[in-house]
Design a protein around this ligand. Structure first.
Ligand code: DQA
Length: 144
């Protein structure tokens, strides 16, 4: 099974950005945790992070026919991007939306998620563990 993990803008700043919200672990540590978890579970994982909406759209399009599942934290684009939603819909790959923080308990503008309409599941506020929970969901789904 092949899973693509996509992170949007400012996720590369983890460890530096708002540690009271996102914690002190870095993006490199997040990648390492995901790689180790995937290897332990026999899953091939690829990680991608970009600060640019079009690059995220390109990456989703390129996943067509290549990946069996997508874990996506669109970060700020969650709340604004119809283009990312449309790219997910176009490719039809099962996807899980992840947010490190509990967006439900934050500002009103963070309550809106465009990708939620497409994603089979949303995991918010579980910190880095949300990514491995999303991988678990996709693995279980794949086995069914
Ligand atoms: C985030 C929540 C978003 O509202 C925010 O813009 C982010 C990160 C999260 O993982 O909690 O950049 O997606």
């Amino acid at each position: 099974m092949k899973i693509l993990v996509i992170n949007g803008p400012n996720i590369n700043m983890l460890g530096i950005r708002e540690p009271e919200v996102y914690g002190r672990q870095t993006y490199a540590e997040l990648c390492e945790m995901i790689q180790v978890y995937a290897a332990e579970n026999g899953v091939t994982v690829e990680l991608y992070q970009s600060n640019h909406e079009g690059d995220l759209v390109d990456t989703i399009q390129q996943a067509y026919g290549v990946f069996d599942g997508i874990v996506i934290n669109p970060a700020a684009y969650t709340h604004t991007s119809v283009a990312i939603l449309d790219a997910l819909k176009a490719c039809g790959i099962p996807a899980v939306e992840v947010h490190i923080s509990d967006v439900e308990k934050r500002e009103a503008f963070r309550q809106i998620s465009y990708v939620r309409e497409y994603c089979e599941k949303t995991i918010c506020g579980h910190g880095f563990a949300g990514y491995t929970e999303a991988i678990d969901y996709l693995m279980n789904r794949h086995q069914m």
